[in-house]
Ligand binder design. Sequence first.
Ligand code: TYM
Length: 343
Amino acid sequence: MTEALATPQQLNHTMTKTKRALTGIQPSGELHIGNYLGAVRNWIRLAQRQEMFTSIVDYHALTSPLDSEELAQKTFDMAVAILAAGLDPEKATLFVQSQIPEVTELTWIYLTLTPIGELERMTQFKDKASRQQSILSGLLTYPVLQAADILIFKAEEVPVGEDQVQHVELTREVARKFNLAYGQTFPEPKAIVPEVGGRIKGLDGKTKMSKSLGNTIGLLEPPQEAWDKLRVAKTDPARLRRSDPGDPHSCNIFNLHRNFSPKTTVDMVEVECARAGIGCVDCKKFLFEHMESEFRPIRERAADYQAKPQQVKEILASGAEKARKVARQTMTEVHEKVGFYKP
Ligand code: TYM
């Protein structure tokens, strides 16, 4: 892990003043190298130097088709994967979103302040809605729930991949609208996106790596299965034969090298690919070696956590307790500002 995960300005900023961060991940059933590089690896680093809350967002998961019998297990598995990746639960409170019902309560209040037009403009909504025959309102209002996730903790920073930046901008807008209507209450948070891992493409080399598109490599996959996928992953589309010089900058594998390999390997690959000194399979073998040295200990830690489910449950329970305390405080303030009846 050699590349800076956040820009120097971002790191200086977080080092000089401690701000609270909040982030979230859907219990999709798989921590893959896209959400690992775009988000989780950055969380682990940021949690070393600032207060953080990490939500496994199961309410959000309801906006995609899911099997109720699997939801709790997938939520647990995501907690295992995040902990195994190295998130310190003492520093980055880890909890399950549905354990904090105040989040949906705040969502309703925000919905009364959010114009439909702003939600219809969201790229993720347009993309997902274009693939559905009947568009459910939960898909449209998804980013308002995300705003409540963030603002109920009065978080000022939100470490995410590039695809979530627009949702964080909407969160700022929601905070502004609430403050204008009811008085200064919420900060306007900003997104923290890693310098090189913010948008990881899938194995097709074209679309974003995403579980729903089936183009992922999972962090906890057995090495042989991961290698079988990487071996056939798309490279520079213009490099047809081994003897053709490649363009590393149009190759997804080179981008992964920039995320996983030491600088000496990145420099070597950049030069040798461009003069056809190495072929794509060699290049992938070097990459896989570095991925494996990062993933092997993560798989081992995941096996440990799987063997001690009680430990994971306790981490999630104490995370929920801590998160709920903060959420309740915010909601007491919100009730007062909105002017709700007090018995
Ligand atoms: P989700 O579950 O899709 O992804 C979790 C995090 O991983 C990042 N990510 C990626 N980064 C780079 N390349 C990729 N291919 C890639 N795929 C995923 C995402 O940007 C995200 O940071 N709506 C959010 C979850 C959420 C949330 C929040 C995030 C709910 N509430 C509050 C932050 C704060 C989502 O669906 O992420």
